[in-house]
Design a protein around this ligand. Structure first.
Ligand SMILES: Nc1ncnc2c1ncn2[C@@H]1O[C@H](COP(=O)(O)OP(=O)(O)O)[C@@H](O)[C@H]1O
Ligand SMILES: [Mg+2]
Length: 223
């Protein structure tokens, strides 16, 4: 449903992505892994159209505006709106009328915060609000960049639990290794500007490894 082909990106003379190629099929839950600075966010920004690649292309039959949604690494929220207002604003902007806002708020456990200003939310609550805004229009494919950063352990667990219920085809940048083994179906590892591993979680388990073990070994082998 979504193909990324030979994406290259340099900032000034620094090559960050050196030909990144992968494919996402319907139902996939892909963990995009790699060290800090590996180029994960750059890749997602290119997919979102926020920055331009030097070369390469993206092939999909999905509509970028209505069927693909992205949650960036930093929250893009408006501090002096209330939670309810920002959700309503997003609905208006995207012409979403058939969504049960209350149910959505309940799902991300923000039903009690509706009248609160966004600026007063905790880091974890802001991440959950960002997720809500990302999935508000029921996209077919979602990209999440470190969605649980800043959350306490309980919120992290809740976050993955709620996402699990929704069955989104998804590509998620995360360091929550305790979640990867049961949540994801595939792992992509990016290093030195390239995808160095593209493996199903099932295969990794068949090798008798956890994804974390596999990740550490793969990253080291490339050194
Ligand atoms: N706008 C930019 N200008 C210059 N360098 C950038 C820019 N954005 C990212 N980089 C560099 O590209 C590399 C990859 O960054 P990033 O994609 O944010 O990594 P990751 O998300 O995997 O931690 C880093 O070395 C970062 O400093
Ligand atoms: Mg990043």
């Amino acid at each position: 449903m979504f193909k990324v082909k030979e994406i290259e990106k340099s900032f000034k003379n620094k090559e960050v992505l050196k030909g990144v190629t992968f494919e996402v099929s319907e139902g996939d839950r892909v963990a995009l892994l790699g060290n800090n600075g590996a180029g994960k966010s750059t890749l997602l920004k290119i997919i979102a159209g926020q920055i331009e690649a030097n070369s390469g292309k993206i092939d999909t039959y999905l509509d970028f505006k209505t069927e693909i949604s992205m949650m960036p690494q930093g929250d893009i929220l408006i501090d002096d709106l209330t939670v309810f207002e920002i959700v309503s604003l997003k609905c208006k902007m995207n012409k979403i009328s058939d969504v049960d806002t209350q149910e959505m708020l309940l799902m991300v456990e923000l039903q009690g915060q509706q009248k609160q200003y966004v600026g007063n939310l905790s880091g974890g609550q802001k991440r959950r609000l960002s997720l809500l805004l990302t999935i508000l229009n029921s996209p077919k494919l979602i990209f999440l960049d470190e969605p649980t950063t800043g959350m306490d352990l309980e919120s992290v667990d809740n976050f993955w639990r709620l996402l699990e219920k929704k069955h989104y085809t998804s590509v998620i940048v995360t360091h929550d290794f305790n979640q990867i083994d049961h949540f994801f179906t595939k792992t992509l590892i990016i290093k030195n500007g390239k995808i160095i591993a593209n493996e199903s979680v099932e295969t990794i388990h068949d090798l008798g490894k956890t994804v974390e073990q596999y990740y550490r070994e793969t990253i080291e082998m490339e050194d």
